[in-house]
Design a binder for this molecule. Structure first.
Ligand SMILES: Nc1ncnc2c1ncn2[C@@H]1O[C@H](COP(=O)(O)OP(=O)(O)OP(=O)(O)O)[C@@H](O)[C@H]1O
Ligand SMILES: [Mg+2]
Length: 337
């Protein structure tokens, strides 16, 4: 279930996502929950730390020459160990108040199909940040525990963890992962598709944060049944080169959202086609549970229900499921052998 590195129990857990970093303390719960961003300045071989986490959100796409906002993870994979180390150190300074004699032992959530190279990169970043990795936990397992699902029984559970950089479909039973498939893409790719659509159709250039806000606005409009209410979109006109604002009906984004959802439906269908019959029977009764921040993506639930014929539930506070699951594991140690 977990990769045990030292056998000693962990006191801190980390959910290091493409969009958000959550750091959890066994006694304090989810203490740090901020964007996975780090701002550095200076030369490549000697960068100087400026800021990390929440304050960097407003700096994104607004930095002067020589200063850069870095995202340590891309499509769920750690790409920038230096930036990751700075961010982990910053988060740890919020979570570990007392100066400990020994470096704190940590448990890290990782995608179930993580490669050895990806695991090693995370180990290096954590150690460089003064954290001592104890074990790794497959994220879908943590997500299921955080969603309060009964996973220890001989009973199949299907979970779809919809992150910003990865979408993971996992079939769980008897406290372990039976089958998993992932897509190296998630909410961030939908934002990129929105940017592309506005560029191609409306000749308007928008940044990533604006695209994410548009995505939320589409979701809110659909939820309150106001799909015809126009959304204001601001950016730079590619025609005039000037700042511009246009109003677009949420329904205009239907194809973009549909294509995104279809990738996830295809991934689920792939796992269902390989599911052993007894587990398949369980899933037919129980349906599918969506976790991760992207679980609330407009029309995703309806699209999965239509594509699979199964019931779909969105976990409460879906973005926090992995972190809550890690906290439970810190407490009872069940998944951290
Ligand atoms: N209400 C919402 N509607 C649509 N998307 C949402 C909503 N809330 C959050 N998201 C999206 O969820 C993603 C963040 O989710 P989460 O925090 O689970 O990702 P992550 O753990 O950082 O990424 P990953 O695990 O893939 O590396 C972002 O792409 C964000 O835009
Ligand atoms: Mg995640």
């Amino acid at each position: 279930m977990t990769t045990n590195l030292t056998g000693r129990p962990a006191e801190i857990a980390i959910d290091f996502g493409t969009a958000n970093l959550r750091m959890i303390h066994r006694d304090g719960g989810v203490i740090f929950d901020e964007p996975s961003l780090c701002c550095l300045t200076g030369l490549h071989d000697q960068p100087r730390f400026i800021a990390a986490g929440a304050p960097v959100s407003a700096m994104t796409d607004r930095t002067p020459a020589g200063m850069r906002v870095r995202r340590p993870l891309r499509r769920g994979v750690l790409q920038d160990i230096g930036a990751a180390t700075h961010l982990l150190r910053y988060a740890a300074s919020h979570v570990i108040k007392r100066r400990a004699f020994r470096s704190p032992r940590v448990m890290i959530g990782l995608p179930a199909d993580v490669t050895q190279a990806e695991r090693n990169a995370m180990l290096t970043a954590a150690r460089d940040a003064g954290l001592n990795p104890v074990c790794f936990v497959p994220e879908p397992l943590a997500a299921a525990i955080g969603a309060n699902l009964e996973i220890d029984a001989p009973q199949g559970t299907m979970i779809v963890e919809c992150g910003a950089g990865t979408t993971e479909v996992a079939l769980l039973s008897l406290g372990g992962v039976c089958l998993t498939r992932s897509l190296r893409g998630g909410g961030a790719e939908l934002d990129a598709a929105i940017i592309e659509f506005l560029h191609a159709r409306h000749k308007l250039l928008v940044g990533r944060s604006s695209a994410e806000r548009i995505k939320y606005a589409i979701g809110e409009a659909c939820t309150r049944g106001g799909a015809a209410d126009a959304i204001e979109v601001k950016g730079r006109s590619l025609v005039s080169g000037l700042p511009a604002a246009i109003r677009i009906a949420p329904t205009e984004f239907a194809d973009v959202i549909e294509r995104h959802a279809q990738h996830i439906v295809d991934l689920i269908l792939e796992v269902l086609a390989e599911t052993p019959p007894e587990l398949s029977k369980d899933i037919h009764g129980q349906g599918i549970v969506l976790t991760g921040g992207g679980a609330a993506t407009p029309a995703l639930r309806e699209k999965i229900e239509a594509g699979t014929g199964l019931g779909v539930t969105i976990a409460e506070e879906s973005g926090l499921c992995v972190a809550r699951g890690l906290l439970k594991i810190l407490h009872n140690g069940s998944a951290a052998s």
